[in-house]
Design a protein around this ligand. Structure first.
Ligand code: NAD
Ligand code: USQ
Length: 465
């Protein structure tokens, strides 16, 4: 039904699973503000992980009950609360029957790659929690709310770092003279990222088999803090993770700069951040000479049709890089976006639902950066604020390609009307100032990475700094 509990017709009812978390809380408020009827489903397990690992958000955060109460005080808008675990199907079924959502936004997973690599039990928990939770959501939609649109948070990490352009969900392949459009190959690099791959497969299958309508949002790394709604009152403040388990790259770098901790660049990234403008010019000069020589070679190769494979290799370097910056992007590059765009993208996906039976995939990020580029940007912004920002190259605790080609498509959300908030000096200034404001709350022992991809074992591990 499309009517609300207070009888107003045609208001879209959105269930936000994981609505007490970083992306979910900002999204729940944004949708409520935009006139959607919102319910938050969350078992608050993220707050428990923090207690268990001895971590805390940079920002003090109120309880979910105080959060929604304050929202009601300020705006008169009600957000319904369903506290429970979506792996418990009885609980999820009751929430569905009571709220009757038109759309479900599913953020409710264990979302840290390092957490999933602590020990066997965390690896198993991550996949169990994420895969079973999503399966339950699919069954609940089929059983109770067939028309409901599932908007599922996936991750860019599902694709890994292949040596070809990354498409949005699907790739058209020609093989032995036949052609087909197939799911883009997945090469995730943690038990967490793999849980998202398994989710995507389950969702794609149920779209086909049961006619579920779904959008998989393969989101990049999120940065930032304030959205219009969370900025309205201290009690609406969002969480901000900076620790080695849950903190994400740019957010961590800002906190590190604020407390005078060197920026933690994992692995190779390190060298490139210090490239000066002279080196930059030398690089461009060499690239131009190379380009000229290879163009000559190109004609020779075509005429002589010699060594086609070697030719391909030479030919593709460095021409597929449109600029120096794109070349540098081949080092540990990922897609990033501002949390204000997370909420915008989710709203766009809800407002333009997938068709029944359609498994739609959007790549949800706005810009690509290498870790070094991020460190360089934070260094520049920090220096302007009078901070003495240093970087350090930390032995990479992960197993990941540190030098790779990266060029991922991200046009579908733009086509739906996304107006990106690109990373700007002013945003970095405000993030840094924000980190400075709360710097007394920073526990510096939580900054260095403590989880190793290679050392994971079956023995339960207490990671204490
Ligand atoms: P978060 O940990 O801050 O929030 C997740 C929320 O889900 C928490 O409040 C947690 O209590 C809840 N939850 C987990 N398991 C649950 C269960 N079984 N039942 C009910 N609630 C459950 O994470 P986040 O950063 O807000 O990420 C949200 C989603 O977006 C995740 O799916 C994540 O994979 C995805 N994502 C996040 C980022 C990022 O940079 N933060 C980037 C790409 C994708
Ligand atoms: N990195 C550093 N130094 C740091 C932290 C990270 O060099 O201090 C590097 C990592 O090695 C990695 C990159 O930065 O190459 C990104 O790491 P991250 O911790 O910021 O992000 P990631 O582990 O990929 O996970 C985060 C979210 C996850 C989401 C993912 C989107 O925690 O939920 O799925 O971003 S994506 O990366 O596109 O898969």
């Amino acid at each position: 039904s499309n009517s609300t509990s207070n009888g107003a017709p045609n208001r879209v009812r959105v269930m936000v699973i994981g609505g007490d978390g970083y992306c979910g809380w900002a999204t729940a408020l944004h949708l409520s503000q935009k006139g959607y009827d919102v319910a938050i489903v969350d078992n608050l397990i993220r707050r428990l992980f923090d207690h268990q690992l001895g971590l805390d958000s940079l920002t003090p955060i109120s309880s979910i009950h105080d959060r929604v109460r304050q929202w009601k005080n300020l705006t008169g808008k009600t957000i319904e609360l369903f506290i429970g675990d979506i792996c418990d199907f009885e609980f999820l079924a009751e929430s569905f029957k009571s709220f009757e959502p038109n759309a479900v936004v599913h953020f409710g997973e264990q979302r840290s790659a390092p957490y999933s690599m602590i020990d066997r039990s965390r690896a198993v928990f991550t996949q169990q929690n994420n895969v079973i939770g999503t399966l339950n959501v699919l069954f609940a939609i089929k059983e109770f709310q067939e028309e409901c649109h599932l908007v599922k948070l996936g991750t860019m990490g599902e694709y890994g770092t292949p040596n070809i352009d990354i498409e949005e969900g699907y790739i058209t392949i020609m093989h032995n003279g036949r052609t087909d459009t197939l799911p883009y190959p997945k090469q995730a690099s943690s038990f967490y990222h793999l849980s998202k791959v398994h989710d995507s497969h389950n969702i794609a299958f149920t779209c086909k088999a049961w006619g579920i309508r779904a959008t998989d949002l393969n989101q990049g790394v999120v940065y930032g803090m304030r959205t219009d709604e969370t900025a309205m009152h201290e009690e609406l403040s969002n969480r901000f993770d900076y620790d080695g388990v849950f903190g994400t790259a740019l957010n961590r770098f800002c906190v590190q700069a604020a407390v005078g901790h060197p920026l933690t660049i994992y692995g190779k990234g390190g060298q490139v951040g210090t490239i000066s403008s002279i080196n930059r010019s030398i690089f461009l000069l060499i690239a131009c000479i190379f380009r000229f020589l290879i163009q000559k070679q190109f004609i020779f190769m075509i005429n002589g049709s010699l060594f086609p494979e070697q030719f391909e290799m030479i030919h593709s370097f460095p021409f597929h890089f449109k600029s120096f910056d794109q070349f540098i992007c081949t080092l540990q590059t990922r897609g990033y976006l501002d949390i204000r765009d997370t909420v915008q993208c989710v709203e766009l996906a809800i407002a333009n639902p997938a068709n029944p039976g359609e498994f739609r995939v959007f790549n949800q990020f706005t810009e690509q950066f290498s870790v070094n580029q991020l460190a360089a940007l934070v260094t520049k912004a920090g220096t302007k604020l009078g901070l003495n920002v240093k970087t350090t190259s930390v032995p990479n605790p992960r197993v990941e390609a540190e030098e790779h080609y990266y060029n991922a498509k991200h046009t579908k959300l733009i086509e739906l009307g996304l107006k990106p908030h690109l990373l700007s000096d002013s945003l970095l200034d405000s993030l840094l100032n924000f980190a400075i404001k709360y710097k007394d709350r920073v526990d510096q022992r939580q900054i260095m990475p403590s989880v190793s991809w290679k050392k994971i074992g079956v023995k339960p591990k207490t990671i204490a700094a």
